[in-house]
Ligand binder design. Structure first.
Ligand SMILES: Nc1ncnc2c1ncn2[C@@H]1O[C@H](COP(=O)(O)OP(=O)(O)OP(=O)(O)O)[C@@H](O)[C@H]1O
Length: 234
């Protein structure tokens, strides 16, 4: 689904090298944590998958397609295959919850007659049907993040990328967010969660790719017996 082949990324203005020789493969239907300290390169890696950035060395593939080759409209179409969640909810403050969701459906060209059902389903999935007429500032931080998840899941994209989705949340709310991501995974989505919080893989063990100073230093999967199989220095 997602493959990095010897990817390097240098930010052009500052000449900061954020990723070095990253090779990894994430298969369809996997749930993966991207773990690393601040500055390790997690957001940069996700930005490459979204095609906000283009690799300066090597190549990033999405469903077998080299993202570097995408042009104009193809970039927008590519991004529709991805549901993105950030640390801050990034909801539009002058729109209600349901209007925020409708806005996405409109931008994505979903027929209006489908909106009501889709919005109701998305809000049911995050347990916030009763908040559909609320404005973002009328929500708690945890609720706002769950609406952001509803927005990302609205069109059932095959891939969900979450960048520190629990960064602003206490443990209870963080686990609620994780449950929603797990449910999307159970429905077949490929899910990548970038985080520095080890509590998340502890609560829900899954493959964990550890990034350190722009390099993949570990790639470990929980074994069937709960043990961790470690592949060092990939
Ligand atoms: N737009 C940018 N221009 C220049 N350098 C950048 C830019 N964004 C990030 N960097 C640098 O790239 C490196 C990796 O940053 P990145 O944001 O990918 O790390 P991160 O692991 O996501 O960190 P955090 O958890 O703090 O978000 C850092 O050295 C950072 O300073």
């Amino acid at each position: 689904m997602i493959a990095f082949h010897r990817v390097g990324l240098e930010y052009p203005r500052t000449k900061t090298k954020a990723l070095y020789n990253v090779s990894l493969e994430i298969k369809k239907g996997e749930f993966v944590y991207l773990l690393g300290h601040s500055g390790a390169g997690k957001s940069t890696l996700l930005a490459l998958v979204l095609r906000r950035l283009v690799a300066t060395e090597g190549a990033v593939y999405f469903q077998g397609q080299n993202l570097k080759a995408l042009r104009g409209d193809q970039v927008a179409l590519h991004r529709r295959r991805i549901g993105m969640v950030f640390q801050d909810h990034r909801l539009l403050s002058d729109l209600t919850v349901e209007e925020n969701l409708a806005f996405v459906l409109q931008v994505q060209g979903v027929p209006r007659k489908e909106w009501e059902v889709r919005i109701a389903q998305a809000l049911r999935r995050v347990g916030l049907v009763h908040k559909k007429r609320a404005f973002p500032e009328e929500l708690s931080v945890g609720e706002a993040q769950r609406v952001a998840l509803a927005r990302a899941l609205l069109t059932d994209p095959p891939v969900i990328l979450a960048d520190e989705p629990t960064g602003n949340l206490d443990l209870d709310n963080a686990l609620m967010v994780l449950e929603i991501l797990k449910a999307a995974h159970a429905r077949g989505a490929t899910v990548v969660v970038a985080t520095h919080a080890r509590e998340l893989p502890e609560a829900y063990p899954a493959r964990t790719i550890l990034l350190k100073a722009g390099q993949v230093v570990r790639d470990e999967r929980p074994g069937g017996d709960g043990s961790i199989r470690v592949k060092e220095g990939v």
